[in-house]
Design a protein around this ligand. Structure first.
Ligand code: FAD
Ligand code: NAG
Length: 550
């Protein structure tokens, strides 16, 4: 067992803070704390060998490709990811323009440049636009239910299907044309499954769906890779802040853990898979919800309060993956940005569950054409749900062979040259992620997100067994008499309550803890800042003043 806490702050240097997870939420929290004299040296424990988490740029596949986050959603003044990226000089000139920042896309994916039916015919873009407009106008309607007392149906999917059935009754074309329209609509359902990171829109709750907030701005990408952002945050942290290959196994909280080296006693002990143990006053947990779901029974000791554990079980976390195909020569037109594939035998109104082996690729929404750089020509396919998880179990060769067939069929060109290489994300099998991002599932609501975000101990009661005199941290002197900030305004502060050092033992950040921006990088970053601020507030207002270190 390695000497505990050697990496952490020296005694007398303020409360010891550990951050679990080095994605943008964890790095953001550490960065914010580092700027304040009360928390000179927070440390980050990251399970893998790299920082960035679900922000992951790959530079060895043609140009740069994003295995995780792709766009800044809503790049405008209110988006901290946009602000930081602009500050670091990571964006294109046009993406900084006032005009782009004011653009309101409603958060919808744009229409395709070309649409192929599975029989090899092109589909009229007019018809695609008509179906796209229908689909997105119905999707926008779902937002109206946010403040409704009751939902007409539990899920977004059921609502969309019900409305579509009503429309279909009024369609006057021949059966063939109606079938095509439904197949196009099905393709938009598949797009929305990617956006929500879910298997089916039937699992996405209707009432709270409108709580997700879309910021203005025309979504933009990072020409040099999204990871430039997290790399910059990393570089601004003191050296050795992040420890890599340090998967945390169990967070022991509500305890009394003495540290021989310093003579201090700590309420929390973070135990790593390699046996390393790190005592701390505060731990900010930023691991993905997928990881929390899988390890709920062993990750916290004592176990989480029941309502928090329930929130973790109820909030949705599904899979969206990308498949990159590199071609020798483009088979698409130079101005083509987005290729849609419509499977003619599908309809959102029919519940068929074909064997994954035979039909997984029908969940693929088509391909984005990545901006070409010189001789590099790359398509990026998106696929969500169980089909996406099945895809992860196949070999690269099988995926390449299958998608070559799909493209040959769709373009009606049996001679279409196969891509020269393939690269895909496998977020569901990633042991420290277990999926892509969160959504508000049927049976859960925005309140569950807030419950997940609530720090432990919930009301300070769990810490009552504590003897405050154990504390030898200088800064803790007289803290028991100092009024804390109004984190729980309904609870009066008594001098006999546990010291601030025993409050906020375990804090929760990460994409899934942001009630209105969940599933995004800006939601994740803001959640990390939120928890850093919560700790800063606990220290009282004086730490915000510039001054010597404690
Ligand atoms: C395919 C895909 C596409 C996306 N596209 C977009 C997009 O276009 N725009 C957008 O805004 N967002 C997008 N997102 C979402 C965005 O990437 C995430 O919301 C955000 O990066 C999450 O940040 P985080 O810090 O909360 O979590 P993460 O980045 O997942 O960081 C958590 C970290 O915790 C580590 N960890 C896990 N378990 C342990 C443990 N036991 N001990 C120690 N460390 C542990 C993980 O290794 C990871 O580094 C996409 C995500 C995916 C997967
Ligand atoms: C925390 O510890 C106190 C005192 O030992 C105990 O009474 C309380 O039940 C514990 N809380 C939890 C959640 O285990």
């Amino acid at each position: 067992m390695e000497s505990s806490g050697r990496r952490a702050a020296a005694p007398g240097r303020g409360p010891r803070v550990l951050v679990v997870g080095g994605g943008i939420a964890g790095l953001g929290a550490a960065h914010k704390l580092c700027g304040h004299p009360a928390f000179p040296q927070p440390h980050v424990l990251e399970a893998t060998a790299r920082a960035g988490g679900r922000i992951r740029s790959e530079h060895n596949f043609g140009g740069v490709v994003e295995l995780g986050a792709h766009w800044i959603h809503g790049p405008s003044q209110g988006n901290p990811v946009f602000q930081l990226a602009a500050k670091y000089g990571l964006l294109r000139e046009q993406d900084l323009s006032e005009e782009n920042q004011l653009m309101d896309t409603g958060g919808h994916v744009g229409l395709p440049s070309v649409s192929y039916a599975s029989s090899g015919e092109s589909v009229s873009l007019e018809l695609v636009a008509e179906m796209g407009n229908l689909f997105y106008s119905l999707l926008d309607q779902t937002r109206d239910f946010l403040h409704a007392a009751q939902a007409p149906v539990p899920s977004v999917g059921e609502y969309l299907k019900r409305e579509i059935s009503r429309r279909v009754a009024g369609w006057t074309e021949d059966e063939e044309s109606k079938k095509l329209k439904l197949a196009i609509l099905n393709s938009f359902f598949n797009v929305e499954c990617c956006v929500s990171g879910t298997h089916s829109m039937d699992t996405v709750a209707l009432l709270p769906f409108g709580e997700y907030t879309v910021l203005p701005g025309l979504d933009c990408t990072f020409p040099g890779g999204y990871q430039g952002l997290t790399d910059h945050i990393m570089a601004s942290l003191p050296k050795d802040t992040v420890a890599f290959n340090k998967p945390v196994k169990t967070i022991h909280w509500n305890g009394s853990f003495p540290e021989a080296e310093s003579g201090d006693t700590f309420p929390v002990l973070v135990e790593c898979e390699d046996g390393g143990c790190f005592p701390a006053h505060h731990v900010i947990v930023t691991v993905p919800l997928g990881f929390l779901k899988e390890h709920l029974d062993t990750f916290f000791e004592p176990p989480l309060p029941d309502e928090k554990a329930q929130a973790i079980r109820k909030i949705g976390f599904g899979t969206n993956n990308k498949i990159f195909l590199e071609f020798e020569e483009p088979f698409w037109e130079p101005d083509c940005q987005h290729i849609q594939v419509v499977w003619e035998d599908t309809s959102p109104l029919e519940d068929v569950t074909p064997e994954l082996q035979d039909a997984w690729f029908k969940k693929l929404i088509g391909f984005l054409v990545l901006p070409s750089s010189g001789s590099v020509h790359i398509l990026c396919g998106f696929i969500a749900g169980l089909e996406s998880e099945f895809m992860e179990t196949l070999s690269d060769e099988e995926v390449l062979r299958c998608l070559t067939q799909v493209l040959r069929r769709a373009t009606g060109n049996p001679q279409l040259p196969a891509p020269k290489s393939v690269l895909r994300s496998c977020w569901h099998s990633a042991p420290y992620t277990r999926g892509s991002y969160s959504y508000v599932a049927v049976g859960s609501a925005g309140d569950d997100i807030d419950l997940l975000a609530r720090p432990l101990p919930v009301d300070g009661k769990e810490a009552q067994g504590w003897n405050v005199s154990h504390q030898v941290w200088d800064g803790a002197k007289n803290t028991a008499a100092r009024a804390p900030p109004a984190l729980w305004p309904h609870q009066p502060w008594h001098p006999t309550d546990p010291s601030p050092l025993l409050q906020l033992q375990v804090l929760f950040a990460g994409e899934a803890t942001h009630r209105t921006y969940y599933s995004t990088t800006h939601g994740a970053l803001l959640s990390g800042w939120r928890e850093a601020d919560r700790l800063l507030a606990l220290q009282g207002p004086q730490v915000h003043l510039p001054g010597p270190r404690l």
